[in-house]
Design a binder for this molecule. Structure first.
Ligand SMILES: *[C@@H]1O[C@H](CO)[C@@H](O)[C@H](O)[C@H]1NC(C)=O
Ligand SMILES: *[C@@H]1O[C@H](CO)[C@@H](O)[C@H](O)[C@H]1NC(C)=O
Ligand SMILES: [Fe+2]
Length: 441
C-alpha cells in the first residue's frame, strides 16, 4: 500500500483518460464556481504491519456490530476479542477477510468480524487480530431518545477534520453518511488515508454509509468494475436486511427504521433495488419503529445550481413508494451545501410527504456549491453554502429535533433547526385509503 510507483502510474493513467475522455471521471455536475478547497490531510500508518489500522464499526443486524480493519500483514487472523471491561476480553468472534487489486495497487488484508449479541447503551472494549491498541465503542440505546449525526461528501481535508471535531464535541449514537466518503477518485492510497483519518470516530460509534458517485471509481475500458474499493472496505449490513447488494440496505435502531438507498445502481421498477425497497417498506412495523428515514446521495429536491436534475430519474421511480409508506425524512448529499425543504410529494408541498434535507457539506476537496437558483422555491425553507454537519435527535415517538451546525472557525454554530412530528403520529395521513395503499405496496 501507499506505493509511490503505483500512485504515479495512476496519475499518468488519469491524465491519459482525461485526454481520451473529456468527460470528467468523477464529477458529473454542471460547472459552478467554488472557493478554494481546504488542504488535504494525508495520514500515514504508524502502527506495525500486524496491528489493525483504519478500524471502523457498523451495525450488523439485531444486537450485532461488525468490526472492520486492515492489516499489512496477511497472516493476521480475522478475530475480535471484546468485553465490557478494559483489557479483559470475555468473548471472541471470528470473521472473514478480503483483499483487492486496482491496477498495481494491492490493498492490505481487509477484515470484517461480526460480534454479539451485545447489550444496548453499553461500552465494549475490543482488540483486533490479537495485537495493537485497544479500542472501545458504545452500542446505541434500545429505546428513544437516539441521536444521529448526518453528514455527506466528507472527504479528507482540513474542513473534514473540523466537521468531525464538531460532530464529536457532543455525544451521539450513530453516524450516517449519505455518500462520497474518501474522494480517492481511483487513487487507492487515499482510501487508506481516509480510513485512518476517520478511525478515532468510526471505531467508537457505528458508521453507516451509502455510496456516492465518488465511490464508483471506474475508468472507461481500463477498469469497468464499479465500487471495487467501497464494497471491499465499507461492508454494510445488506445481507442482514435481505438485500442482495452492499449498495442498498436497511437497519433499525431505537424505534427508527433507516433505509440506505443507492443512487448509482438500478432503481427502476424492474430493478432489484426497487423490489427490495418495496419489501423492506412492507416489513416496517410502525408500532415498534414509528420513525422511518431514508438516505441517498443525489438529492431529489435541490435548488442549488450544482447537480440540477441528477436525482430526477430516481425520484420519478421511487418517490411514490416512499410517500405511500409515509417516510418521515429523506437525507441526501452530493450538492456541497446545506438545504432544508418542507414536506413534499411530487414537487408540491404535502403534509403527508417526507421532509427533504441536503447535507453534502462535510468538507471535501472540491469545495462548496455556492450558487443557489434565484428565485428559489417556496418548497425550500433554508439554504446555505457552508461546511457543517447535521444532528437528528429522535426524542420520543412523536417528536424529533433536527439541527444543522455550520462550521465556524473554532466552534460549530447552530444555523438551522426545526422540530419534526412523526408521520406515524399524524392520523390524517393514515386514513383508510392511504393505509390501504401502503399495504398494497
Ligand atoms: C415528546 O417530546 C416532545 C418534545 O420534547 C414533548 O413536547 C412531548 O410531550 C413528548 N411526548 C411524549 C408522549 O412524551
Ligand atoms: C465564530 O468564530 C470566531 C473566531 O473563532 C469567533 O470570534 C465567533 O464568536 C464565532 N461565532 C459564533 C457565532 O460562535
Ligand atoms: Fe457526489
Amino acid at each position: 500500500m501507499g506505493k509511490r510507483g503505483s500512485l504515479v502510474f495512476l496519475l499518468l493513467l488519469q491524465i491519459l483518460c482525461f485526454l481520451l475522455f473529456p468527460q470528467p471521471l468523477q464529477s458529473q455536475g454542471n460547472s459552478f464556481s467554488r472557493p478554494p478547497a481546504a488542504k488535504l490531510i494525508l495520514t500515514q500508518n504508524e502502527r506495525s504491519d500486524s496491528d489493525p489500522e483504519q478500524v471502523h464499526i457498523s451495525l450488523a443486524g439485531k444486537d450485532h456490530v461488525r468490526v472492520s480493519w486492515i492489516t499489512e500483514d496477511k497472516h493476521v487472523k480475522s478475530e475480535v476479542e471484546y468485553g465490557t471491561e478494559a483489557g479483559k476480553y470475555s468473548a471472541k468472534a471470528t470473521g472473514e477477510h478480503t483483499r483487492y487489486q486496482y491496477f498495481f495497487y494491492r490493498s492490505g488484508t481487509i477484515h470484517h468480524v461480526k460480534i454479539g449479541p451485545l447489550r444496548p447503551s453499553t461500552t465494549y472494549f475490543y482488540r483486533c487480530g490479537g495485537s495493537g491498541p485497544e479500542f472501545s465503542f458504545k452500542t446505541p440505546p434500545a429505546e428513544l431518545p437516539v441521536e444521529f449525526v448526518v453528514v455527506g461528501d466528507l472527504g479528507q481535508t482540513e474542513w473534514t477534520r473540523s466537521t468531525l471535531e464538531h460532530a464529536e464535541s457532543k455525544d451521539y449514537d450513530v453516524f450516517l453518511l449519505p455518500g462520497d466518503l474518501s474522494y480517492a477518485d481511483t487513487q487507492q492510497p487515499l482510501w487508506d488515508s481516509f480510513g485512518r483519518l476517520v478511525e478515532p470516530s468510526a471505531s467508537r460509534r457505528p458508521w453507516m454509509v451509502t455510496e456516492g458517485n465518488h465511490e464508483i471509481e471506474t475508468i472507461p475500458i481500463l477498469f469497468p468494475e464499479r465500487f471495487k474499493a467501497y464494497n471491499a472496505r465499507w461492508l454494510m449490513p445488506y445481507a442482514e436486511s435481505h438485500s442482495s447488494s452492499n449498495l442498498y440496505y436497511s437497519f433499525e435502531v431505537a424505534s427508527t427504521h433507516v433505509i440506505m438507498l443507492g443512487s448509482y445502481t438500478d432503481f427502476d421498477s424492474a430493478s432489484d433495488q426497487y423490489k427490495w425497497l418495496q419489501s423492506d417498506l412492507t416489513r416496517i412495523d410502525r408500532l415498534t419503529t414509528p420513525w422511518v428515514i431514508v438516505l441517498l446521495h443525489a438529492p431529489w429536491y435541490n435548488t442549488n445550481e450544482a447537480h440540477q436534475g441528477e436525482g430526477e430519474s430516481m425520484r420519478k421511480a421511487m418517490e411514490e413508494l416512499l410517500y405511500k409508506a409515509r417516510v418521515d425524512l429523506v437525507f441526501a448529499g452530493h450538492v456541497h451545501a446545506y438545504e432544508r425543504f418542507t414536506r413534499i410529494y411530487d414537487n408540491k408541498a404535502d403534509s403527508c410527504g417526507p421532509m427533504y434535507v441536503t447535507v453534502g457539506d462535510g468538507g471535501n476537496r472540491e469545495g462548496l456549491a455556492l450558487k443557489f437558483k434565484d428565485p428559489g422555491s417556496p418548497l425550500s425553507v433554508f439554504r446555505e453554502a457552508s461546511f457543517g454537519h447535521g444532528r437528528l435527535r429522535i426524542v420520543n415517538e412523536t417528536h424529533a429535533h433536527w439541527a444543522w451546525h455550520r462550521n465556524n472557525d473554532t466552534n460549530a454554530v447552530v444555523a438551522d433547526q426545526v422540530w419534526i412530528s412523526s408521520m406515524s403520529s399524524f392520523k390524517a395521513c393514515w386514513d383508510d385509503t392511504s393505509s390501504a395503499a401502503r399495504y398494497e405496496l
